[in-house]
Design a protein around this ligand. Structure first.
Ligand code: FES
Length: 88
C-alpha cells in the first residue's frame, strides 16, 4: 500500500485569475505562522485553482474544518490561522 500520512490541517489558498493577485501575500502570512509555530509537519499549504467563488476573492479554505472564507486579507489570515489551527 502507498498510503500517505495526512497532515492535521491543510490550508488551500486560491491562486485562480481573480484571487491570484493576492495569493502570494496571503500565503506568505501562513508560511510565517507555520514556521514560527513549528507546524511544518502538521499544516500543509496548497495553492488551489479557482473554486467558482470569484465574487468573494481572495478565497481561502481550511480543511478538515471545511471552513471557507472570502475577501481574505493578511490581517484576517493571521486571525483565522490562530482560530482554526492554533486554538482547535
Ligand atoms: S479565482 Fe479564486 S475563486 Fe475564482
Amino acid at each position: 500500500m502507498s498510503k500517505i500520512d495526512a497532515p492535521a490541517h491543510t490550508i488551500f489558498v486560491c491562486d485562480g485569475s481573480k484571487c491570484g493577485k493576492y495569493s502570494k501575500e496571503i500565503r506568505k502570512v501562513f508560511k510565517a505562522k507555520i514556521k514560527e509555530n513549528g507546524l511544518k509537519d502538521e499544516v500543509l499549504l496548497v495553492k488551489m485553482d479557482c473554486s467558482d467563488n470569484c465574487d468573494y476573492a481572495p478565497v481561502v479554505s481550511f480543511q478538515p474544518e471545511n471552513v471557507w472564507h472570502g475577501e481574505m486579507t493578511e490581517k484576517k489570515a493571521e486571525k483565522f490561522f490562530d482560530k482554526y489551527i492554533l486554538e482547535e
